[in-house]
Design a binder for this molecule. Structure first.
Ligand SMILES: *[C@@H]1O[C@H](CO)[C@@H](O)[C@H](O)[C@H]1NC(C)=O
Ligand SMILES: *[C@@H]1O[C@H](CO)[C@@H](O)[C@H](O)[C@H]1NC(C)=O
Length: 517
């Protein structure tokens, strides 16, 4: 009996010891916005469960939202003075007013607005000496920051602390990760997103690309000399290319296939999970629908919608014999058909067998949940990557794309009907879903695996030499310049020789002529 216990005790001690020796300290510093927190928290949780000591930096205004569900993840609170960052950003940029007034809030223009706002926020965060000291004292083995361009100033933090860093994000930025890349293929930050571009799209894309390489369009490299004056100056572009690994919430099924380097890991989306059963009033409402339900939400930030739009939408829904669960801040115009609420269990609803259609602003998290559960989407983008995501969905026939400001009740109803009754959208989405589930088993685990891996082995061995080169070398501009010089020199010499021999002959001819006269 005694022997058994001591054996057990020894086993437990050994396990603890092993876990401790594996336990490295990792600090996540996500952009101070809810939707970014969702995947950073997911990945942080998975990494903590691998036995690491994981800290997540949370701004004061998000603490009460309880975004960090994982008990294993420790919270590092900061920025009481920053206040409600999301609220301030929405107010300062006038994003929603601009949208309803008809402005185009495509990815590039939203990115400019966001970088004006968050450029300031990141500078305030980096100026917070107490916070920086707190992180320094944790002696992190790895710092994780987001690769969204408007937040890139934050890469100065690991640089000034001399800590290796990994980039996690939703955007595969070919400039930051220095992918040998052709501007003839699309990226999100340029307006035309189709897989094949017209000639003028390519011209436009080319100029954007060159501008992004040469200028800090969305971040500010002067932060490096300002906050890390004791270190050699590096541009933010150069610092980014030195990340141990680039982890991107992206895939080749929703997105288009595009070139990547070995230290870029596309993990899919980490927000979907198996649906939990619905409960209470919601369960009853969904259960009692005869022909299925539509789930509609524009995410947590946009729950207040103008009446001219909600009444249009409600009239469109009236033309269908399906029930609707709608995340919106208003009382239902018809409680028999439409259930409204300011919060809904989106993933569980999308995973319900009765769900036929998702009406969405096409944010990344929701789109991955729809893909995972195989539900076609009617996209109504508002700002940023939502336009790109929406055009992609329409292009791949996984749903349709509507401009909610201009679409009429009839047009909205026709689109809803088309997606629900023409089988191709559901079939395409179901096929994409099974392909996705086959290839992307557990995105957060995959991300945690790679972070753990680079803490063990470093990311040097995956880094392409091209990521360390200046652009003129990567794009062989020096070689082209050299060859052009050689060619010009050769042409010049040939020209010179011909000219000399012509002159010489001409001279002789003249002489002959002169003699004859
Ligand atoms: C929902 O429907 C199923 C069968 O379709 C039934 O077994 C279940 O009791 C129903 N639940 C509620 C709460 O109505
Ligand atoms: C919902 O609307 C009411 C009034 O129209 C407002 O007072 C309340 O703050 C809104 N709720 C949310 C979550 O925006």
């Amino acid at each position: 009996m005694m022997g058994k216990y001591s054996l057990l005790l020894a086993a437990v001690t050994l396990t603890l010891l092993l876990a401790n020796s594996a336990g490295k300290t990792v600090v996540f510093f996500p952009p101070p916005l809810t939707s970014y927190f969702i995947y950073h928290t997911n990945i942080a949780g998975a990494l903590a469960r691998m036995g690491h000591d994981v800290y997540l930096c949370v701004p004061h205004y998000l603490i009460s939202k309880n975004l960090v569900k994982d008990k294993d993840v420790k919270i590092l609170e900061y920025g009481e003075q920053l206040g409600d960052i999301t609220g301030k950003a929405m107010k300062n940029t006038n994003m929603m007013e601009k949208f309803w007034a008809g402005d185009s809030l495509h990815p590039a223009s939203t990115m400019f607005m966001a970088s004006a706002e968050f450029g300031r926020v990141t500078v305030e965060i980096l100026s917070d000496k107490v916070l920086v000291e707190k992180i320094r004292r944790l002696k992190p083995d790895l710092l994780v920051v987001d690769s969204i361009p408007f937040n890139m100033n934050m890469i100065v933090l690991p640089y000034l602390l001399d800590v290796p860093y990994a980039l996690v994000g939703t955007l595969h930025d070919v400039v930051l990760s220095k992918v040998p890349y052709s501007p003839a293929t699309p990226t999100m930050l340029v307006k035309s997103h189709k897989d094949r571009m017209s000639f003028f799209n390519r011209v436009q894309h080319f100029f954007w690309y060159v501008a992004q390489i040469n200028f800090d369009l969305y971040y500010d490299s002067s932060c490096v000399s300002k906050f890390a004056p004791h270190k050699p100056y590096r541009s933010i572009n150069e610092l980014a290319a030195n990340a141990e690994v680039f982890i991107i919430e992206l895939d080749h099924i929703l997105d288009y296939p595009r070139p990547t380097l070995p230290n870029t890991k596309l993990i899919g989306g980490s927000s979907p999970s198996l649906a939990k059963p619905l409960t209470g009033e919601l369960l009853k409402f969904v259960n009692e629908s005869k022909n299925g339900i539509i789930v509609m939400t524009f995410g947590g930030t946009v729950v207040n919608l103008p009446p001219h739009f909600t009444s249009k939408m409600a009239s469109a829904f009236k033309q269908l014999d399906l029930r609707v669960v709608w995340r919106v801040n208003m009382t239902s115009p018809d409680p028999k058909q439409i259930l409204t609420s300011t919060w809904i269990p989106q993933n569980d609803l999308l995973g319900h067998e009765k769900t036929k259609l998702f009406v969405s602003h096409c944010g990344k998290n929701g789109q991955y949940e729809a893909l995972y559960h195989g539900v076609p989407i009617l996209c109504m983008p508002i700002f940023g990557d939502q336009y790109y995501n929406a055009e992609r969905v329409a292009d791949k026939e996984l749903g349709l794309y509507a401009d909610m400001r201009t679409a009429s009740t009839e047009q909205l109803a026709a689109m809803l009907k088309e997606i629900i009754y023409q089988k191709k959208y559901t079939e395409n989405m179901k096929r994409a879903s099974s392909l996705y589930r086959e290839l992307y088993k557990d995105p957060k685990q995959e991300a945690a695996y790679w972070l753990d891996h680079v803490m063990k082995y470093g990311g040097d061995y995956m880094r392409s030499a091209g990521q360390q080169m200046p652009w003129y070398q990567l794009y062989v501009l020096d070689v082209i310049a050299f060859l052009l010089t050689v060619l010009l020199a050769a042409l010049f010499i040939i020209y010179f020789i011909i000219k000399q021999s012509l002159k010489c002959c001409g001279f002789q001819q003249k002489k002959v002529k002169a003699k004859n006269e």
